[in-house]
Ligand binder design. Sequence first.
Ligand code: SF4
Length: 372
Amino acid sequence: MEDLLDYLPEQWPSLFSALSLPKWRYDQIADWVFQKEVVEWEMMKNLSKDLQTTLASAVSLSLPSPVSILESKDGTKKILFHLKDGQMIESVIIPRGDRATLCISSQVGCGIGCRFCRTAEMGLIRNLTMGEIVGQVILANKILRENPIQDTSSLRSYDRPFLNRINHIVFMGMGEPLANIDHVINSLRVLTSPEGFGMSPRRVTLSTSGLPSKIIELGESGIPVNLAISLTAADDQTREQLMPINRHYPIKAILDAVRQLPLKKRQRVTFEYVLLAGVNDRPEDAKKLARLLAPFKSKVNLIAFNPYEGSPFSRPSNDSILLFQKILLEKMVPTTIRQSRGDDILGACGQLAWEKKTEQKEISWSPVVFST
Ligand code: SF4
């Protein structure tokens, strides 16, 4: 059976063409699903019982099912989901000040193979459907509605409002979003359209390893979301060691694609740079990066490597991170350092699902061990 969430709201009338429903009926359904997080037909109280039954027999309306929610002492919540085919993905709710950001996955695993990323060890298992991508947002909103988080941006702790809805989205979970561009672009349409979640595109950021033709395609889609490109090295030789995809798409090809983006007046492209001790964190790397980015409306987001077991890399010292930032700022490149969140609940991208996958493997192996 087809799932309603795999279709854009504007496609719903053709899905139910035999019913000849007026547009306001579809608006009611969209309101239940995207604004009230209700996906049970029988709970949509302004639909007649007959219509609820007809719709339920025509399409399914399902969400990924949460398996576990881990909460960090800093308030970050990691949600591990089961998909219909038993695969697992993760999303992370990151509260900060008046922001409730959701980091979502676009694929199960990832085929890009970045050497500093734990998700890469899973390889690509499959793309997520549009329903599985927007389903993560619906579920996160449901979790926040039931357990709102406090806005800590106000200094007056006694009257801090509560946030019960995700207000920023980052595509920085498992997967390379631009390798699943059709479903990702449709998800962006649902996130930003008034019939969907109605979010401002400025509050949505897509992070990519840098697939030039897909960057251009995203620009041509006309959805002005923020783009973050994981550069992580200022020369091809170093980048190839860290991100093998660079052999196919070297830095020049990525920057040529960035030049073609229709950026708004104040819009900047973010370049992410994962700092790895002794690999790409030297002052000369910072100077090279500043020269490379000088012609662009850009900003740099420095991410100190989050070590995990078995990784050959380590985190640079705070002094070298600050020095790296200082050099970029002196060269007039706006540069921030990403604050690490949720370290105590496996903070780095892909770590939670990877851990569970390993655990699953162990469980399926144990009967063999015990029977011998
Ligand atoms: S960093 Fe992103 S693109 Fe690279 S392997 Fe990990 S999930 Fe894929």
